[in-house]
Design a binder for this molecule. Structure first.
Ligand code: NDP
Length: 308
């Protein structure tokens, strides 16, 4: 059996179209355009490409984009002052600080400085705490986008065994919380987990968020399972020419696709969905900040996924 491909390109395009329509409605109803501020400290080439792509897509859905590129040696106090300014700026609904930040800056302090109502990455303690308590808030983009991909698969999640490999604040932990809210029986695996292969083989839903190229082979995948591969790893690709590289996930796609029921590719999977979800979160934040109910399309999605 060959798995269905969960196509991040198609799904992210559909989400962006929905966001664009809702931005139009929001503007007509409230006379304001949602705005997203993205802050990048330093010149990391991969981060720089991400930030440019986020800014482009923000404008494409009709929102305002505010890009702040700061030199790598920016003092922490200066970054905190910028965040304070963005917190007070009424044109800004969402603030995202591109991680990682340079070593001299404490990322915890930076995240804590973001107004939880503008925290479109869902990383502040308020939003992480709400998620842990099963209450609504702003949810980290990659896990929320991954849940939308599971929604597309259409297999009811309640009662399924879900395994999340990885327990980072950004991906693994919030993903596990969302799967729990969707009534899965959730296992969180990590670097100290014993017999990871056996743990993975139990999963009806397997989420890999590790950062190790092709670590999960097809024979760790339960036949028919849904596999969400969050990993983005760059490996040498001599077949493309000397010094060339290519992107692969944490799952060995070639063997897993023969066993799984549905699977996300890398590239073309979760990564694309993450950026579209950031735009959706900005729109949701624009509503919440004004005491408005977010668009019905997201309420419907949450009801389907989480029964609330
Ligand atoms: P982190 O490095 O923060 O976390 C990695 C997790 O994997 C840790 O919990 C670690 O366990 C666990 N781990 C490491 N080695 C093993 C192992 N051998 N067996 C089991 N678990 C292991 O990474 P992130 O969560 O930030 O990112 C994970 C991957 O997802 C990366 O490839 C990243 O590039 C990608 N990513 C993709 C996004 C997208 O949009 N598609 C967005 C964000 C990230 P422990 O806690 O014990 O150390």
């Amino acid at each position: 059996m060959t798995a269905r491909r969960i196509d991040g390109k198609t799904l992210s395009e559909a989400l962006r179209t929905t966001v664009a329509e809702e931005v139009g409605r929001f503007q007509a109803a409230h006379g304001a355009v949602p705005g997203l501020a993205v802050v990048l400290v330093g010149e990391d080439p991969a981060s720089s490409v991400y930030v440019a792509s986020k800014a482009k897509q923000t404008v494409e859905v009709g929102m305002r984009s505010f890009e702040h590129r700061l030199p790598a040696d920016t003092p922490e106090a200066e970054l905190l002052a910028l965040i304070e300014k963005l917190n007070r700026d009424d044109a800004v609904d969402g603030i995202l600080v591109q991680l990682p930040v340079p070593r001299h800056i404490d990322s915890g302090r930076v995240i804590a400085a973001i107004d939880p109502l503008k925290d479109v990455d869902g990383l502040t303690e308020i939003n992480a705490g709400r998620l842990a308590a099963g209450r609504p808030g702003l949810v980290p983009c990659t896990p929320y986008g991954s849940m939308m991909m599971l929604d597309w698969v259409g297999r009811p999640l309640a009662g399924l065994d879900a395994v999340v490999v990885g327990r980072s604040e950004l991906v693994g932990r919030p993903m596990a919380q969302l799967l729990l809210m969707a009534n899965c029986t959730v296992t969180i695996a990590h670097s100290k987990t014993r017999d990871l292969a056996e743990v993975c083989r139990r999963a009806d839903v397997l989420v890999a968020a590790v950062g190790r190229p092709k670590m999960i082979p097809g024979d760790w995948v339960k036949p028919g399972a849904t596999v969400i591969d969050v990993g983005i790893n760059r490996i040498p690709a001599p077949e493309k020419g000397e010094g060339k590289t290519r992107l692969v996930g944490d799952v060995d796609f070639e063997t897993a696709v023969e066993v799984a029921g549905a699977i996300t590719p890398v590239p073309g999977g979760v990564g694309l969905m993450t950026v579209a979800t950031l735009l959706a979160n900005t729109l949701i934040a624009a509503h919440l900040r004004r005491g408005l109910t977010p668009p019905a399309v997201f309420a419907d999605l949450n009801r389907r996924l989480f029964g609330r």
